[in-house]
Design a protein around this ligand. Structure first.
Ligand SMILES: Nc1ncnc2c1ncn2[C@@H]1O[C@H](COP(=O)(O)OP(=O)(O)OP(=O)(O)O)[C@@H](O)[C@H]1O
Ligand SMILES: CC(C)(CO)[C@@H](O)C(=O)[O-]
Ligand code: BAL
Length: 281
């Protein structure tokens, strides 16, 4: 497994792979890897990539002033060992100055699915995500990029950007990997106390109940209000629990028959903000 920390070495490595006729995939991450990330590596391979690269870059541009970038978990040695065991061929781990050299002045602003939800909770977040993903796609010259459905809105934002900017890469969505009790794996789960960890799976249970009720014909507002009340009773501070159009993230006040729907949620448990989403119907 090759490790590249500067752009010239990444270019040389990817050029050699491409000269060999290999189809490249990229798995963008911020490190502190778990089985959800490794599922992206496996999915990229299964989708036809001959060589899979992963990027590890904690992107300052997607954290706003209220978010503690320095608290983001980091485990370089552990991450490299996991990627190697998962059969990753190349790891791109640039320092911040290599990604954003002095004088950098271009950002990507995606409209549409960036609006609302995480876009409201984390102003500027999707601008940072879109900008770094666009750069990662250019840098890696990959044909496939794997993204987890766990970050549903991010997946839609990146898909929209690639379509709008005619970027020749296929976005590969990968199903959310969960712990045995249903909690979506996330690097931030390690900050849950034992008590919070025991409560955390209630989020998926409440979402599943709401999705089942809505699919069965219950009034959307009542099902969502009931879910929010159940989350508060369990000790969560919910940011939102909403029914949306799956691709645009537009809120729905009633079931739609003309396309897929998704239930999206974000809720704080102590200092940790949990995100999840499931299909409806
Ligand atoms: N449980 C999961 N199942 C599938 N994909 C996942 C899962 N968790 C993260 N991913 C995906 O891995 C990629 C990198 O995500 P990231 O490094 O932010 O991990 P994370 O665990 O979501 O971290 P955070 O705690 O910051 O949300 C994204 O495409 C994300 O959707
Ligand atoms: C896609 C990503 C790696 C961009 O920094 C990040 O938002 C993430 O880890 O989901
Ligand atoms: N997993 C999405 C990246 C972030 O939380 O900043």
């Amino acid at each position: 497994m090759q490790i590249c920390r500067d752009l010239p070495s990444l270019r040389a490595a990817t050029a050699a792979l491409r000269a060999d006729g290999q189809r490249l995939a990229i798995v963008p991450t911020m490190g502190a890897l778990h089985d959800g990330h490794l599922a992206l590596v496996a999915a990229a391979r299964a989708a036809g990539a001959d060589a899979v690269s992963a990027s590890i870059f904690v992107n300052p541009l997607q954290f706003n002033a209220n978010e503690d970038l320095s608290r983001y978990p980091r485990d370089e040695a552990g991450d490299l060992a996991k990627l190697k065991a998962a059969g990753c061929d190349l790891v791109w781990m640039p320092p911040v100055e290599a990604m954003y050299p002095p004088g950098s002045a271009t950002v990507i602003e995606v409209g549409g699915p960036s609006a609302g939800w995480e876009g409201d909770a984390r102003p500027g977040h999707f601008r940072g995500v879109a900008t770094v993903c666009c750069k990662l796609f250019q840098q890696s010259q990959a044909e496939i990029a794997a993204f987890g459905e766990k970050d549903w809105q991010q997946l839609q934002v990146v898909t929209r950007m690639v379509a709008d900017l005619d970027i020749p890469i296929r976005i590969l969505p990968v199903a959310t990997v969960r712990e045995a009790d249903g909690l979506a794996m996330s690097s931030r789960n390690r900050f849950l106390s034992a008590e919070e960890r025991a409560t955390a799976p209630v989020l998926l249970r409440v979402m599943t109940a709401a999705a089942t009720a809505i699919a069965g014909g219950a009034a959307v507002a009542a099902a969502l209000d009931d879910g929010l009340a159940r989350l508060r009773a369990a000790g969560f501070e919910p940011d939102y629990l909403a029914l949306v159009e799956a691709e645009t993230l537009k809120p729905l006040t009633a079931r739609r028959a003309d396309g897929p729907m998704r239930l999206v949620a974000a809720a704080r448990l102590g200092t940790v903000r949990l995100l999840d989403n499931i299909p409806v119907g």
